[in-house]
Design a protein around this ligand. Structure first.
Ligand code: 0X9
Ligand code: ZN
Length: 312
């Protein structure tokens, strides 16, 4: 439903309050975890769980994980995850919600996000205080999967600074711990902007992952689903074909089980939402929130269904 809420972007405080209100409004489906950890500046990292009643106990269901706003300036990612939450809370098509539990961390980098509202609209990183006096770790270079390699920087002033150690950022540490506590996750999504891309493993190497066929099929289904909504083309490809990265969430989602046997094999994806290119880039007009939400919601339903039917 296209409420006025989705006609504009919102601050961190507004978003947190909106999710708490969603849980209050739809207690049968939505629960709000106000503090799974905290940011460098002490803001709460909150989580949201969404499912519908069914004979299968929620505690036994496979889980579908979504996160957004690792990168502060990518506002559309935060708006899209709110849109998806609203659909999950209200949809009358309940099959997915009866089979699975959706687990969301909508704002992974609340300090950076707040900074884009107060000071610098194009800030990307966290607000970690670096040893050289500069600020910020690139959260999406700080996950413990081939950390510190190509596509990340050891320069604290760089926008792709990987941090002093894997999970040195309190945000990535808390969120990754939270993900591992949710031990039945079968698919995980990291929402970004921009370029209209659906990115699967790997980011760190050109080598094909063990489940390349299922991952590519999932990506292709998502791309088709998106195009049917508003005709937008989102290219589905391995992340590394965009450019190599190391220490990224998408690789950790999929690969941490392979690397150290922790957790479950997971359909790990990164989505780059609208727009297609640098104009308007991160400054996507708010009248595109709803259409972008609609097309990504279509992809998410295909991706979640496919993961539930074809576990890795
Ligand atoms: O560089 C990133 O972290 C992501 N792009 S963004 O413009 N949102 O910053 C892409 C991460 C996907 N992984 C790889 N491309 N390897
Ligand atoms: Zn990003």
């Amino acid at each position: 439903s296209n409420t006025p809420w989705f006609n504009d972007y919102h601050t961190y405080d507004e978003i947190a309050a909106w999710f708490a209100e969603l849980a209050a409004q739809y207690p049968e489906r939505v629960s709000f975890q106000p503090r799974i950890g905290e940011s460098t500046e002490g803001r709460a990292l909150f989580a949201v769980r969404i499912s519908a009643p069914s004979p299968v106990p929620v505690a036994q269901r496979p889980q579908i994980y979504l996160q957004a706003l690792q990168h502060a300036r990518e506002w559309i990612g935060g708006a899209v995850i709110q849109y998806i939450a609203q659909q999950l809370a209200t949809t009358t098509e309940t099959a997915l919600l009866e089979a699975a539990e959706f687990v969301l961390v909508p704002v992974v980098n609340p300090d950076g996000y707040a900074y884009t509202w107060t000071t610098d609209r194009l800030w990307r990183k966290t607000r970690y205080r670096n040893a050289d006096g500069s600020y910020g770790i690139d959260a999406n270079r700080n996950w413990d999967d081939h950390w510190g390699g190509q596509g990340s920087s050891s320069n604290p002033r760089s926008d792709t600074y990987h941090g002093p150690a894997p999970f040195a950022a309190p945000e990535t540490l808390a969120v990754s711990d939270f993900i591992l506590q949710n031990s039945r996750i079968v698919a995980a999504y990291d929402l970004h902007a921009y370029s209209q891309l659906i990115l699967g493993p790997y980011g760190w190497t050109h080598a094909a992952p063990p489940h390349a066929q299922q991952l590519q099929t999932s990506g292709n289904f998502q791309s088709l689903a998106i195009e049917k909504v508003h005709g937008k083309k989102y290219v589905s490809q391995p992340s590394v074909d965009l450019y190599p990265t190391t220490g990224s969430a998408g690789d950790w989602f999929y690969g941490q089980q392979i690397l150290d046997g922790i957790g479950r094999l997971t359909y790990g994806f990164t989505l780059e939402a609208r727009p297609a290119s640098a104009n308007p880039g991160f400054l996507l007009p708010p009248n595109q929130i709803i259409p972008t939400g609609e097309e990504v919601w279509a992809a998410i339903q295909f991706w979640a269904s496919y993961a539930l039917e074809n576990p890795l």
